[in-house]
Design a protein around this ligand. Structure first.
Ligand code: 5GP
Length: 111
């Protein structure tokens, strides 16, 4: 079981900013920007690579929630979304998550 499943199950605490039937968003424990939130599906999908054809509605729901949550967080000057996939993609928690980061100018490329 991943740490994010434990957050969904309320076994460990998190600073939750949004929740509905399909997803949960909470502040990253090690923020890399003034605002750094993780948006995750409640369904335990490992990564983008773990999505299947019948996850389309859930994946679309997640994507549509990003601008809503960004607005709620006050990210009016823009923000960055990142999905790390697999070892070389920098993924460390194997439950699909979208990083939503903002509150400062972010460099590109990320490295
Ligand atoms: P990844 O490297 O897999 O794309 O991102 C995993 C993220 O999860 C990291 O930014 C890390 O700081 C965050 N994280 C890891 N463990 C916890 C935790 O227990 N609580 C919260 N809120 N974030 C966590």
């Amino acid at each position: 079981m991943t740490i994010f499943q434990k957050i969904i199950d309320r076994e460990i605490p998190a600073d939750i900013v949004y929740e509905d039937d399909l997803c949960l968003a909470f502040h990253d424990v090690s923020p890399q920007a003034p605002t750094h939130v993780l948006l995750i599906p409640k369904k335990p999908v490992v990564s983008l690579d773990g999505l299947s054809a019948d996850d389309g509605a859930m994946a679309g729901h997640l994507l549509l929630k990003v601008p809503e949550i960004a607005k709620q967080l006050g990210l009016t000057n823009g923000y960055r979304t990142i999905i790390n996939t697999g070892e070389e993609g920098g993924q460390t928690v194997f439950h699909l998550h979208i990083h939503i980061m903002g509150g400062r100018s972010l460099n590109w490329p990320p490295g």
